[in-house]
Write a protein that binds this ligand. Structure first.
Ligand code: PEP
Ligand code: MN
Length: 346
């Protein structure tokens, strides 16, 4: 942290800052310029200490130097993190596509979707058994029976599965069936849940909150990592903006920004990010071209009859078209990812 004194701050005020910092068991380096004095605070600081310093007389501002998310930050670890699920890698050279229905509805629905997405090149099967629906009267998922069908589809195809865990009480149950635990946008700041999935020995797919800044999102990842689980996959799923035409606004810039700020892999969800299937293909391709480490995409064998998110679900045919586009730009994505790691974002 750097403490910037006001012009004309007195020696006594600078000394009071030095003593305050010494009281925190930290050291200072005092730099007296022509115009003003700047005090560097040396040692392991934490964000709350800024407030106490700001209250001292003669202090103009206190500027944090290191990022508040220590474990998730690129400063902490330069090398990209590769999250492994069996023989699937997220964060390696190839983009990893996760696809499947929004919600598991029947054995036939989830198994046929699993076969179709695998054949088109998906490496992970998605599907919800516990669904966070905006209205309590919407279909909220099949619960454990849904998890069982998801596992069955996994056995049929060999694809590992990702599914959402909505609350602490469901973690043991969901972890018995899932290979990756998804924490949804609505739970992106549920710190009890983040703590608890941090104690599970399975990768966590962490969605960005509707109104989450990059810092909010990376601090949420930090909760999981601080609790012991370093295998976090970030997922940009669109944020709420003033636009109403699309369900959310997919923030493609989040991809290079996260690659700059963090070593964690980041994937994009163009389904929830747009809410309209016609937009899913171009936005999936755009996200991969921007360097996304993968995608999370909703696919349904018959979207007109889907019990959830039919409007944004791709048919298997359209999913194949999307995968052709993804393959066409994968090399551009690799170039972008390397450029961000090399040049950073300012
Ligand atoms: C989902 O992926 O099924 C989901 C509910 O997404 P989100 O949490 O991003 O709304
Ligand atoms: Mn959905």
């Amino acid at each position: 942290m750097i403490v910037i004194m006001r012009t004309g701050a007195t020696e006594e005020q600078v000394e009071a800052v030095r003593q305050h910092v010494a009281g925190l068991n930290l050291n200072t380096i005092i730099n007296r310029g022509v115009e003003r004095t700047v005090v560097a605070v040396v040692g392991a600081t934490h964000p709350e200490q800024r407030d106490g310093l700001l209250r001292l007389a003669g202090v103009l501002d206190v500027v944090p130097i290191s990022r508040p998310y220590k474990r998730a930050s690129r400063e902490a670890k330069h090398q990209n993190t590769v999250v492994r699920v069996g023989d699937v890698e997220v964060g390696g050279p190839e983009p990893t596509v996760m696809a499947g229905p929004c919600v598991i509805e029947s054995e036939e629905q989830v198994v046929s979707t699993a076969r179709a997405v695998k054949e088109a090149g998906a490496r992970v099967l998605r599907g919800g058994a516990f669904k966070p629906r905006t209205s309590p009267y919407s279909f909220r998922g099949m619960g454990e029976e849904g998890l069982r069908l998801l596992r069955l589809a996994s056995q049929e195809t060999g694809l590992p599965v990702v599914t959402e865990v909505m609350g602490v009480r469901d973690i043991d149950l969901v972890a018995r069936y899932a290979d990756i635990l998804q924490v949804g946008a609505r739970n992106a700041q549920n710190y009890f849940l983040l703590d608890e999935v941090g104690r599970v020995d399975k990768p966590v797919l962490l969605k960005r909150g509707f109104a989450g800044t990059y810092e909010d999102w990376l601090l949420a990842a930090e909760y999981v990592m601080a609790a012991g689980n370093q295998d976090v996959i970030l997922c940009e799923r669109g944020i709420r903006t003033f636009e109403t035409y699309t369900r959310n606004t997919l923030d493609i810039a989040a991809i290079p920004v996260i690659h700059h700020l963090s070593h964690l892999p980041v994937i994009a969800d163009p389904s929830h990010g747009t809410g309209r299937w016609q937009l899913v293909i171009p936005m999936a391709i755009a996200a991969i071209a921007a360097g996304a480490d993968g995608l999370l995409v909703e696919v349904h064998p018959d979207p007109d009859k889907a019990l959830s998110d039919g409007a944004q679900s791709l048919t298997p045919d359209n999913f194949r078209r999307m995968m052709d586009g993804v393959r066409a730009v994968a090399e551009v994505g690799r170039l972008n990812r390397n450029a961000v790691s090399r040049l950073g974002v300012r």
